[in-house]
Design a protein around this ligand. Structure first.
Ligand SMILES: Cc1ncc(COP(=O)(O)O)c(C=O)c1O
Length: 377
């Protein structure tokens, strides 16, 4: 059996252990320390922003804290992109709030601004103005974020930007993760850089970051004894984990370029294949990190389905995965309101994510190319 080729696996840069050793040498094992602040500074610099970054245990924690800081409480409604990973939506339920799902537009596959505004108007007409909006930059592709933010501003609703998959992507030259009142980054094992598991919240200013970190460290009031006036969480990133992040920041630009090369590889592989479309930026305003390279297959034209291709790759031990199943079709979320048509549903039915790791070797890329060529023949 050939060795497994993964969709997206961790890719260490080399210096991660140096930062971890420094933490051991100085006994900065837990909870905080120079790697945490160093990693936060690196991220802030990379994002080229005046905003503040707080390192957390996960991207999910960042979305949860964003909702809390935006004032979302039980009974509120929160608008969320339907086509996403469940972690965008789960924290809405952690807060006892109610999700309202929005379809994608076909250009970026992210939250459709038209359906968003229609939903806001309808929710207001029904008696409740949504408390927050969670757009996502799925697979690294920037959403139509200026339109989404303009609508959010018009109705004075907070945007919590899910940039878990889009570190290094930009819209009109501005980094994903710097558009919302709060934004979430993820350093989960499959992301463009990983800390083995981790995330970060991007906040507008120091005061907001301070509040986020306060909540992330068990909401301890300023007292010599343990005193609590609010519910706290254990969401902070450790100094060891942040050491991995510091090493990964040294290779982030390289990872972005290698992931983008994978998308070019697939454009070449499928360039003469009718019915297969490789996902790409709609125009020069968009720069995707191409965290995952994706295709859609029109079965009627191509003569095969995305599932046929997925199974052919799997036969050779190559992992691919259908595009994320929209939240409004998930058993846990299907009872909630949904605004849209069937754009995200069609993407789910016809789309496939292909191996996209920055660590794929020349031989692995050749194997992928050959297996697809044999399948197409
Ligand atoms: C779109 C999206 N949102 C949120 C998350 C959650 O991030 P984490 O796994 O770091 O909690 C992920 C990844 O897992 C994601 O892909």
């Amino acid at each position: 059996m050939n060795s497994r080729i993964w969709l997206s696996s961790p890719h260490m840069g080399g210096n991660e252990l140096k930062y971890i050793h420094e933490a051991f040498d100085t006994n900065w094992i837990a909870p905080l320390g120079p790697n945490v602040t160093g990693f936060e500074d690196d991220l802030k610099q990379f994002l080229n922003t005046q905003k503040e970054v707080g390192a957390l245990a996960s991207g999910t924690a960042a979305i949860h804290l964003g909702l809390i800081l935006a004032g979302v409480t039980a009974g509120d409604e929160v608008i969320c992109q339907s086509m996403t990973f469940s972690a965008s939506a789960n924290p809405i339920l952690y807060q006892g709030a109610t999700p309202v799902f929005i379809d994608s537009e076909p250009e970026t596959w992210n939250m459709c601004p038209n359906h968003l505004e229609a939903a806001i108007k309808d929710r207001i007409a029904k008696g409740k103005k949504p408390k927050a909006i969670i757009p996502v930059h799925l697979y690294g592709m920037p959403a139509k974020i200026d339109e989404i933010v303009a609508i959010a501003n018009k109705y004075e609703i907070a945007v919590i930007e899910d940039a878990a998959e889009s570190l290094g992507s930009t819209y009109k030259g501005k980094n994903c993760g710097t558009f919302g009142e709060y934004a979430a980054l993820s350093f989960n094992g499959n992301k463009i850089i990983t800390t083995s598991g981790g995330g970060a919240i991007v906040c507008n200013d120091e005061a907001a970051k301070k509040k986020a970190i306060f909540l992330a460290t068990q909401a301890r009031d300023d007292a010599p004894h343990y005193q609590h006036s609010e519910i706290g969480y254990n969401y902070r990133m450790s100094n060891i984990v942040a050491g991995i992040g510091r090493g990964q920041m040294e290779v982030l630009d390289k990872h972005i370029s290698l992931r983008r090369d994978m998308q070019v590889l697939y454009k070449n592989i499928f360039k003469d294949v009718n019915g297969v479309t490789v996902f790409e930026e709609p125009n020069d305003n968009y720069f995707s990190n191409h965290w995952l390279s994706c295709i859609t297959v029109d079965e009627k034209i191509a003569g095969f389905s995305r599932e046929d291709l997925r199974l052919a790759l799997w036969e050779d031990n190559i992992e691919s995965r259908p595009l994320w199943k929209p939240m409004h079709l998930q058993p846990i979320f299907e009872k909630y309101a949904y605004y849209g048509t069937n754009v995200s549903e069609n993407l789910f039915n016809n789309g496939l994510c292909l191996p996209s790791g920055s660590n794929l070797t020349t031989q692995e890329k050749e194997r992928i190319t050959q297996v697809i060529a044999a399948f197409l023949a």
